[in-house]
Design a protein around this ligand. Sequence first.
Ligand code: SME
Length: 166
Amino acid sequence: MYDFKPAEPLPAAELYRDLLAAAEALTAGEPDAVANMANVAALLWEFLPDLNWAGFYRVGPAKDGGGEELVLGPFVGRPACIRIPFGKGVCGTGAESRATQLVEDVHAFPGHIACDAASASELVVPVLRDGATIAVIDLDSPSPARFTAEDAAGIEALARLLADRI
Ligand code: SME
């Protein structure tokens, strides 16, 4: 067991500095993508207050027919939708556009996929490798407008760290 939980609430800059250092330490030299995503999902849950879901969707072959879609990966939270087409919901929009989706009110987001009715706001950051989306990091909160530009920048830095580790 590792004790990476912050001892006290931290300002965003320190929180993300410590989160990135912990993610770097936990994933360094480990080639197993599932193990790395599982530990990072646990870290996100430990470090970030006021979440009801934290984890990964990976890009994989579509179940029905050709092409690719998002497939549920390691996470902490309630059981979630397993497959999300590119372009659908907040996750599919982030995967297709390759751009961070910071959603203050999920109920106002066209096509939002409500895996957990408690979710009120959401942050989705694509993990890019060679310019293509290979996964997304998804954070959900029961509080409206929970996520800020500092959260987006911190999770984008995490996505860059993980690009060749998942
Ligand atoms: N709300 C997401 C679906 C995934 S769950 O939040 C875990 C979406 O609209 O893509």
